[in-house]
Structures are given as C-alpha cells and as structure tokens.
Design a protein around this ligand. Structure first.
Ligand code: NAD
Length: 316
C-alpha cells in the first residue's frame, strides 16, 4: 500500500486536479489535502482535509507527524501577476513554505517532495526559442526570482543532505475544473469561459505574444510520472524543463473560432505584457523526455475541444 501523501495548497488550479488523480490512484484516505482556505465542494467531499498555513513550520510538522506522511506535494505559492503587487508576501510564502518542507525531509520526517517551478525562472536575456535546460537565467519578476532561488535550494538540499526533491518548470496551465490563481498565462483559461458566455474576449496580452502552455491532464501526468520514477533516473535536481504546446492569443482565438463561429478577440495589454515579454516562447524538454520518458499528448486544437466540451457540460 502507498504511504500517505500530503498536498499543501491543494485547493488551487493544479492542486484540485492533482488531488483527484492521486486519490484515484492511491485511495482517498491516503491523500491528505490541505490549504489555507477551503476548496470546491467536490474536492472537500472527496477525502480528508486540514486547514493548514504552509508558512507555519510547527503546523506543517504536526500534520506530517499525525498522518505519518511520506511524500509532500507543495503547491502553495503566490503566482506571477499577484506577486508583482505584493513582493514581500510572495517571497515569504514561496520561500518559507519550501524551506519548511525541505527541512522536514532533511530531518527524515518525510522522504520525497514535489515542488513546482515555472518558466518564470527565465528572463529577458534567456534565448526565447527552444529554451534549453541549462541557459542564462536572470528572472526579472518577483515570482521568477523566488522560483529560481527555490530551484537552487532544492538542488543544494539534494546534494548536501540527500533530500529526494523533484521538480518541473510548468508552462502556463489550461484547465476547466478550477480557475487559475493570478498568473500571466491566465488569459488562456479565461478566453474559453468568455467565448462561451459572451462570444468575445478582451485579452490582456498582445496578439503575437507566444508562450509555452500545457493542458492540465498532461501536467498532472508529468507530475505523477516524475514522482513515480526511480530516483536514479532523476538527474536534474533543480527543475526539469517541460513542454506541451506553444501559441499566441491570435492562434488560440482561431482555434476557438472553429467551434464558435463569429468569436472575436480584442487586445488591451496591461502590466502582465511586460512579464510575458520576459519569458520564453518555446521550451526544449529533451532531458525530461530522455530521463523519465516524458511525452505530451494535448495540442492546441485538442485542448480547445476539451475545454469547450467540459465547460459546456458544466453549465448544462
Ligand atoms: N497554474 C500555472 O499555470 C502554473 C505555472 C507554473 C507554475 N505553477 C506553480 O504550481 C503551483 C500551484 O499553482 P496553482 O496554479 O495551483 O496556484 P493557485 O493560486 O491556483 O493555488 C495555490 C493554492 O495555495 C493556497 N495557499 C496560498 N497561501 C497559502 C498558505 N500560506 N498556506 C497554504 N496554502 C496556501 C491557495 O489558497 C491556493 O489554493 C505553484 O507553486 C505555482 O507557482 C503554476
């Protein structure tokens, strides 16, 4: 039987879907869900839940000891757009929560950690096309700085203390079960909701802003595959580049038009444009493919179909 798993920050966009998948796989009572707030009804009714502040070391340790937790998925964080508004709060949450979990592993109270990084670790001086695993990284956002520092600490804890910490640099994630939590790629979710409600969408990025993206099913599959891989295959202990697809607002709008004729998009770039401009437009994920067998399944048109079908079914 799989030993108990704790998800911290489980009520957000990724945590919600990760919870369903892990509970499906390992049993509801083996996956303890926690967050600083309650989540959606389906999540709350699906198994054990603890109200937990990821920045409170004693509280996290209590939950870990009480449930004899073996693995922690740390999903709590402040995302890119929100972090620009509250830099110190973002730094405190993103870094302290990671240190708490790393230290629990160093003290052998847990044995495996998943911690997500982001394409935000790259910056304006990084090569934009097919961004390599190892390259110039000079992030210019609060969020990116916290993720890059987090990567360095993960690698350090692995090398110095043998901590089994695993990570991927998620691109922008597209999903229908939960709304995104304040990132720069949120437009690629909002656009589907507005297409169905209004038949039009005003985008906060410009028409040609090309960013790496991924459908949530692929992201969850990658996460669990990485966590289940034998430790010796995981050679990158900072964080793996991970690619799904890449597109511009204009291209996603064309993909939606195939299902909703007459759909229109307009553009009103705001402060998020500068963040997007500092990020890669496509990612080279050769190492993830070679070392633990990653392959994405969803392209833009498949994503559009899934998003529109599921959102329609939800409102009917
Ligand atoms: N969604 C994306 O496109 C994307 C892309 C790259 C990386 N990531 C990373 O993946 C992780 C999860 O992202 P997400 O999109 O699910 O974010 P989200 O904002 O949707 O969810 C984060 C969750 O953390 C919770 N939280 C906030 N402060 C907390 C605290 N002090 N203690 C406990 N919980 C707290 C929130 O209530 C929320 O439910 C983050 O580390 C994020 O940086 C996300």
């Amino acid at each position: 039987m799989h030993k108990p798993i704790l998800i911290i920050g489980a009520c957000g966009q990724i945590g919600t879907e990760l919870t369903f998948e892990l509970r499906n796989k390992y049993g509801a009572d083996n996956v303890i869900v926690s967050d600083i707030r309650e989540g959606g009804d389906a999540l709350m009714q699906s198994g054990p839940f603890e109200l937990l502040d990821a920045t409170d070391y004693a509280a996290v340790e209590d939950v870990v000891m009480h449930y004899e937790i073996e693995e922690v998925y740390l999903m709590a964080a402040m995302l890119s757009a929100t972090a620009e508004k509250f830099p110190m709060r973002a730094w405190n949450l993103n870094m302290n929560s990671l240190f708490h979990v790393l230290n629990l592993a160093k003290e052998k109270k847990i044995s495996k950690i998943f911690w997500p990084s982001s394409i935000a670790v790259f910056g304006p001086n990084t090569p934009k096309e097919d961004t390599p695993q190892n390259t110039i990284m000079e992030p210019s956002t609060v969020y990116g700085i916290s993720k890059q520092s987090g990567e360095r600490w993960c690698e350090y804890y692995h090398k110095k203390y043998g901590v089994d910490v695993r990570s991927v640099r998620y691109p922008g994630l597209i999903s229908w079960k939960t709304m995104p939590g304040g990132g720069t790629t949120d437009y690629a979710v909002e656009i589907y909701h507005e297409a169905l409600k209004q038949g039009k969408y005003e985008c906060f990025l410009s028409s040609e802003t090309q960013l790496p993206m991924m459908y949530m099913d692929d992201a969850i599959r990658a996460t669990i595959c990485l966590m289940e891989s034998p430790a010796e295959k995981i050679k990158v202990r900072s964080s793996y580049n991970l690619a799904g697809m890449t597109f511009t607002p204009k291209e996603i709008s064309k993909s939606i038009e195939k299902h909703i004729p007459g759909f229109t998009i307009s553009y009103a770039p705001d402060f998020r444009q500068e963040i997007a401009d500092s990020w890669p437009s496509s990612i080279d994920d050769t190492k993830a493919r070679q070392q633990w067998g990653w392959t994405p399944r969803f392209d833009l048109d498949q994503t559009t179909k899934e998003m529109l079908d599921n959102l329609k079914a939800m409102t009917n």
